[in-house]
Design a protein around this ligand. Structure first.
Ligand SMILES: Nc1ncnc2c1ncn2[C@@H]1O[C@H](COP(=O)(O)OP(=O)(O)OP(=O)(O)O)[C@@H](O)[C@H]1O
Length: 329
């Protein structure tokens, strides 16, 4: 679906909606998030993408003040996430969408109204009504998708300036998905709400978000405006021979994000520097093409130095036909 992406940055000098500096969180000996630098200006719709266990929920929980950082800092509109002003201005919809099962839908909305000074009953009721949810139904009797709708009504009813949604639509049917995404985007455009949304459904992010951050193994792999990403990358397809390192010499002067071989065909996602050899069929990738390539390949800094061991990107050696060989550069 295509919605105009809101781009209403606050006046210069205003604190970003969310800022992380060297942010990290360690569980026992394992880092769930490390060296995270992120600046999300207000009014943006930012997708947070990454494989399972990449650290997306950890980042949101830190920004919501539910976890304390092991190192670094995170602020919301310039203040610590646990400060009263920040708590008032943000809403966080956790993946498990905690609600009181014994409350009815109406009682849940009433609690939202009583707890939140800026409560917008109209939008909350609209979301519930569109799902045909009986107001007197107990939340515990609702399906997972219906509970998601109630949780959506609560976070949008709060009218936050920063809305963080952790895989919010995973259990919602496709029609409701489109409808709730539409409401979300309309609300963001109308009120300048900053949205941070994590999702595994990459195709649905195109046309919805204007900024994207990719996390991999607890580190930021990529964080960029969508328009810049689309302008800066090219997909090339050719039949050129591949040298022993996997990089065709004609492409060697470009930054190769990912190189894939299927039989005699080589496909690469590039950040070109200069003209691309005309023997290669060149096209503009869509957002999903770009995100998949970054998700599949580790950051060059995280890869072992040449000769220090095999590349770590699932590269299948000796593949010449049928099988696909993937090489990160
Ligand atoms: N309470 C916990 N105790 C120990 N380790 C944890 C805990 N919560 C998360 N982790 C670990 O931290 C890492 C990041 O987890 P996180 O939930 O942030 O990932 P995610 O990107 O949200 O994953 P998913 O897409 O599966 O929801 C994972 O390795 C996870 O196993």
């Amino acid at each position: 679906m295509n919605h105009p992406a809101p781009k209403q940055d606050r006046p210069t000098g205003a604190a970003p909606a969310l800022e992380a500096v060297g942010l990290g969180l360690q569980y026992r000996r394992r880092w769930a998030l490390r060296d995270c630098d992120l600046r999300l200006p207000s009014g943006r719709v930012c997708a947070l993408v990454g494989p399972n266990g990449a650290g997306k929920s950890t980042l949101m929980a830190l920004a919501a003040g539910l976890l304390a950082p092991t190192e670094g800092s995170v602020t919301v509109f310039g203040s610590g996430p646990r400060e009263a002003g920040s708590l008032r201005r943000m809403a966080y919809l956790r993946q498990d969408k905690p609600l009181y099962p014994r409350f009815t839908v109406a009682e849940t909305l009433r609690a939202g109204r009583e707890l939140n000074p800026g409560w917008d009953q109209a939008i909350a009721e609209r979301i519930v009504r569109l799902g045909d949810l009986p107001l007197d139904a107990k939340v515990g009797t609702l399906t997972a998708g219906q509970r998601t709708r109630v949780a959506f009504a609560l976070v949008l009813g709060k009218r936050p300036d920063l809305l963080m949604l952790d895989e919010p639509l995973a259990d919602v049917d496709p029609v409701a998905r489109q409808e709730l995404t539409g409401i979300l985007m309309a609300e963001a455009a109308e009120h300048g709400t900053t949205i941070l949304i994590s999702s595994h459904v990459l195709a649905e992010l195109d046309g919805v978000c204007d900024h994207v951050t990719v996390l991999r193994n607890g580190r930021i792999r990529l964080s960029s405006d969508v328009e810049d990403l689309l302008d800066d990358h090219r997909l090339v397809v050719g039949a050129a021979a591949v040298d022993s390192d996997g990089a065709p010499p004609e492409l060697a002067h470009h930054e190769i994000v990912e190189l894939r071989r299927t039989g005699r065909q080589t496909t690469a996602l590039l950040k070109p520097s200069g003209a691309i050899d005309p023997r290669w069929d060149t096209s503009r990738p869509n957002l999903e093409d770009i995100l998949i390539a970054y998700l599949r390949t580790p950051d060059p800094q995280d890869r072992p130095a040449a000769g220090a061991g095999a590349q770590t990107t699932g590269r299948a050696t000796g593949s010449t036909s049928g099988r696909e060989e993937v090489t990160a550069r």
